[in-house]
Design a binder for this molecule. Sequence first.
Ligand code: FRU
Length: 482
Amino acid sequence: MNHIKETLQKEIKAKQPNLVEKVATDPWRLHFHQQPPTGWLNDPNGVYQKDGLYHLYYQYSPLDPTGGVKYWGHKTSTDLVHFKEEEIFLYPDQTFDKDGVYSGSAFEKDGVTHFFYTGNVKHPGTHDYITSGREHNTVHMTSQDGFHIDSREVVIDSSEYPDGFTQHIRDPKILEKDGLFYMVLGGRTSEDKGAILLYVSKDLSTWEYKGNLLEERHDLGYMWECPDFFELNGQDILLMSPQGVEQSGHEFENVYQSGSIIGRTDWDTLKFEPTDGFVELDRGFDFYAPQTFLDEQGRRILWGWMGLPDIEPEYSNPTIERGWQHAMTLPRELAIEEGKLKQRPLPEYQLLRKEVQHKSMELTEAIEMIKETSDTYEMIVEVVQPTKSLKVKLSQDVILEFNGEVFTLKLGTSGFGRSKRTIELSELTSIHLFLDTSSLEIFLNDGEYVLTTRLYPTSQLNSIEFSGDTSVQISKWDLEKA
Ligand code: FRU
């Protein structure tokens, strides 16, 4: 075994067991979301399914709940609901990735899984680590079983990137088309604009730069992280996580964004032509760096990091003191309908449903309630049309409100600084939500909008309160603590 890996493994083996005990007793731990056993998690990496088994790798810092040097953690599942924590898959143990095995992706080809990731290297000295002092090497790795690495080589050394860029070029994702492999990489130009670099290869080993996939955009910030590029229902979709986008009305309220652009690719000129604008994938407080994969049923499934970098001082996560931070969102199935990208929770999660309550309510002046007994539940509220207004109060101090013009999500002290997010909305037809102790995901209008947030309640209301001027049909299931 490589000497660096051995040292890192020894340190983790010595320090992690105490941390595991401390973390496991935290009542804010999630029950049906994927989270690290200890420490820090960020982006989903290399998600794929092979021979029925789903693999989820993720950016992981096992001993430091505030981040630090990144590893690839690994979880597996046969049903996408119950997961097993596996051994750490990838260590920063090579000269070309010694300061972190950064984000990447995976896909299967002829029984072999191919991984691509960014090897992060920081040189000592006085550097800004944007234009100097940093290497972001693109690495190709293969594995037969998803647990052991069979080969690993740098395919694009950081010195080989084209002119006109800073040293921030990372997060490879591959698309195979007509016998060729295309790689997108997120980048920051020397003029501080975001870019998607496009490379092509016949053999996954030799890569040729083919220019930037998308025209320069002055409205989309200085750096585009974690690009993803795929076909869905006959259209091409580009996902990315831009940094430096200005807030505009109720849009782009978070420190960094993640969104989609629908368009068409000219495969001769290798340019992506948007047919629509950049649309945020999630309008809540905690969502970033999503990645998609095609499962064996042919579904395009998206997973996001239920978190964001650099949220402080606006808001925070009090679990840091408890030895851990962050989780994945629920996986969501993507579809394009009427020109819009929809995201829906996977039907697999119905496995967790236990007792159900059904109720129809005519809402007028009075507050109506349904009894609350659990801190892990799913609720669907069908809103009968026409509707004027609806207010739902849940958990300790969370309010969802629709007034015919906007939908707002408000949190009180349980938000730890998260206060309000707003979506312009003229019609509300349904709310489908999942509460999992310290997380809440809200799907509006059958996946037209999603809002994801963390929340840290110290008490529950014992009821979910409804008020407004509308009629609603409610189904609520307590969920098994998977
Ligand atoms: C996005 C990101 C990626 C990078 C990784 C490092 O959250 O900054 O661009 O590869 O995290 O953990």
